[in-house]
Design a protein around this ligand. Structure first.
Ligand code: PDD
Length: 289
């Protein structure tokens, strides 16, 4: 069936889905979301993503109309119907459609959207050659640990990166502490130790981050979750970003600064290989790709 949509209990081709103009997701960005990767038709870390969705819902005082088991069943049903292999799920839950008022309306029932879309595995050239990123002041709000669809500062930062010929924008505080990317977590490696920002309100607790930190320990990288500056990143041995769609992208240039002479470093390569082994093991596959 290809790209399939679950919309409030109904199943249809993705192109046929319609939501009210009074939906609070549309009017107020009053909603949450998740993106979950499927490898060869097997979901990776579905449970962890659904758990984060529940935390985001709680943060918005939004009651999810489906249990974790029900959402899992919806995802698996879409996977089966779609026949798609390398793909991702997009889940969004908004506070629903109701007459426009800032406080929560009593009548609204949450809108639940789950769809599955095909996705090509990332270009291997990116792993070999790395990517360029830019750095920008963080203009987001104080609850970046919640995965909400209120993404305008992220969207603007991402567009500025694109216009600068970069893959991602990394966001920093007034003190030049580097938090994360517009849609990724960010890491540096120095002296065989991996550093990334601790899980505070300024960082999304990335599911890929969680896996990468576990895998790092297994391959002998020490892990330190502590704030580091933009300048620390630029002077590091290696830098990389992660998200469920990108997995691990080596960064070889930040603004005008080349990282480690502009070459992809050995730790990032090892980490990505170990990450793919972990994906294969967890998904019950001989190999992830
Ligand atoms: N973005 N930080 C931000 C701000 C993000 O939006 C994302 C993911 C991440 C990485 O999280 P994870 O490893 O769980 O994918 C970090 C998704 C992919 C998106 O918005 O499309």
């Amino acid at each position: 069936m290809g790209e399939v949509l679950f919309l409030n209990g109904e199943i249809m081709p993705l192109s046929e889905g319609k939501v009210s103009v009074e939906d609070r997701g549309f009017l107020f960005a009053d909603g949450i979301y998740e993106v979950i990767r499927n490898y060869k038709g097997r979901p990776f870390t579905l449970e962890e993503h659904l758990e984060r969705l529940e935390r985001s819902a709680a943060g918005l005082m939004l009651e999810l109309p489906y249990s974790r088991e029900e959402l899992k069943a919806i995802c698996l049903d879409l996977l089966k119907r779609s026949g798609l292999e390398d793909s991702y799920f997009y889940i969004e839950v908004t506070r629903g459609a109701a007459r426009r008022t800032h406080p929560f309306p009593e009548q609204a029932r949450p809108t639940v959207v789950v769809f599955i879309r095909a996705m090509a595995t990332p270009d291997p050239k990116i792993r070999r050659e790395g990517v360029k990123v830019i750095t920008l002041p963080d203009e987001r709000w104080a609850c970046c640990h919640l995965k909400t669809v209120s993404l305008l500062p992220n969207v603007l930062a991402s567009e500025k990166a694109r216009r600068a010929g970069a893959m991602e924008a990394l966001l920093y505080s007034p003190e030049r502490i580097l938090y994360e990317g517009s849609s990724s977590n960010a890491y540096l490696i120095e002296d065989n130790t991996l550093h990334t920002h601790p899980l505070t309100n300024k960082v999304l607790p990335g599911i890929t981050r969680q896996v990468v930190l576990e895998v790092a320990g297994q391959i002998g990288l020490q892990v330190m979750e502590e704030p580091r500056t933009v300048e620390d990143f630029k002077a590091a041995d290696e830098v990389f970003i992660t998200s469920c769609t990108r997995e691990i992208y080596p960064v070889v240039q930040m603004d005008d600064a080349k990282i480690a002479g502009g070459k992809v470093g050995p730790w990032v390569q090892k980490l990505h290989a170990a990450f793919l082994e972990r994906v294969a093991a967890e998904c019950g596959l001989a190999s992830a790709y």
